[in-house]
Design a protein around this ligand. Structure first.
Ligand code: A2P
Length: 332
């Protein structure tokens, strides 16, 4: 099999470190792995296949011999460097939101719309973490009976914001438990022992950008503009794993038993739904399982085609790094 030169941009970040781990875990065919970050962390080392690789400062020349570049250093870095990179023969998989809604850039979740990858012109976008887990869980229902409406509320962990937010939750928790005043840098309010109904910036329509990402990206990935979607995104004091309460209205009736049987056969989904034994998806389980976990499946009491469910996944892995590496696997 051919081997590829791969770069990870943002290699020292919460998602970048997972990318390096997952490339190794899945045995991605790598000739040279180049780790890039800002000047702040140039010279640091990261283990890959038991070897210490040095992190280099990102610059215009970083991509000269690179076949595949995985970007996870935020939208500003993506906007600045990806147009330069895409002029080489390098294929970029971008985890930021910079190019996701560009009509020439496919937005890919391999379990859902791998066929769209053919349309790429050098850039492929990795969707938002909360979108990925929701579309993986809803795709089998969409295929079986169609979906008219989605109402989603998210409970998103701080690792989705990045390493500084992980530190902020740790420090604030310790400060509060030691009767000290919590200090704050990353979030507009204390996150420890609190819930913030505010992720990313507010838009003119009163929704946050995170909520609008869920709406627009879901329609793009499903290739369906007609689905009615509304979203509320909240940040919760959890380190890893995003949880979602999702209500859907299907076009045709489907029983919960049939849906469970479909989920049991669907790759990439783990059905955790045994309420008699208090078994349902938990954020902490996302540190063990890479699948999108689905549970609390129940029929709505007022709408025969209404279904409620609880969806959990590891936001750094399936929600970001793993999905990006799976896209790279589709390429090779
Ligand atoms: P650094 O560690 O040098 O700041 P996170 O999402 O966890 O906050 O991580 C963001 C990642 O993006 C880190 O690897 C960070 O590197 C990298 N990054 C942030 N800004 C830049 C930049 N201007 N150029 C290159 N890498 C950057």
């Amino acid at each position: 099999m051919s081997e590829f030169n791969v770069a990870v941009v943002g290699a020292t970040g919460a998602v970048g470190r997972e990318m390096v781990k997952i490339l190794e875990e899945r045995g991605f065919p790598i000739k040279d792995l180049v780790l890039l970050a800002s000047k702040r962390s140039a010279g640091e080392t990261i283990f890959y296949k038991k070897k210490e690789l040095t992190v280099h400062e990102l610059n215009d020349k970083s991509f000269e011999d690179i076949d595949i570049a995985l970007f996870s250093a935020g939208s500003a870095v993506s906007r600045k460097y990806i147009p330069i990179v895409a002029k080489n023969n390098t294929i970029v998989i971008d985890n930021s939101s910079a190019f996701r809604m560009n009509s020439h850039v496919p937005l890919i979740v391999p379990e859902v719309n791998s066929h769209d990858i053919k349309k790429h012109n050098g850039i492929i976008a990795n969707p938002n973490c909360s979108t990925i887990q929701m579309v993986v869980a809803l795709k089998p229902i969409l295929d079986e009976v169609g979906i008219n409406r989605i109402i989603v509320s998210t409970y998103q962990s701080v690792s989705g914001t990045g390493k500084d937010a992980i530190n902020e939750l740790t420090e604030q928790s310790s400060q509060i438990l030691n009767n000290k005043k919590p200090t704050r840098k990353v979030y507009p309010h204390q996150i420890a022992f609190n819930i913030l109904p505010h992720i990313d910036v507010f838009e003119d329509n009163g929704f946050t950008k995170e909520e609008m990402k869920l709406i627009h990206e879901t329609k793009k990935i499903f290739g369906n503009n007609k689905i009615k979607i509304t979203a509320t995104a909240a940040r919760v004091p959890v380190f890893y794993g995003h949880s979602e309460s999702v209500y859907i209205e299907t076009q045709k009736y489907i029983s919960i038993n049939k849906l469970k049987n479909i989920y049991l056969k669907t790759k990439g989904i783990k059905l955790v739904d045994d309420i008699d034994n208090s078994k349902y998806p938990l954020a902490i389980m996302s540190e063990t399982y890479d699948e999108v976990m689905v549970g609390r499946l129940r029929k709505d009491l007022t709408e025969p085609n209404g279904i409620n469910m609880w969806i959990v996944a590891n936001n750094l892995r399936k929600g970001a790094a793993l999905n990006a590496v799976q896209i790279a696997e589709l390429l090779v």
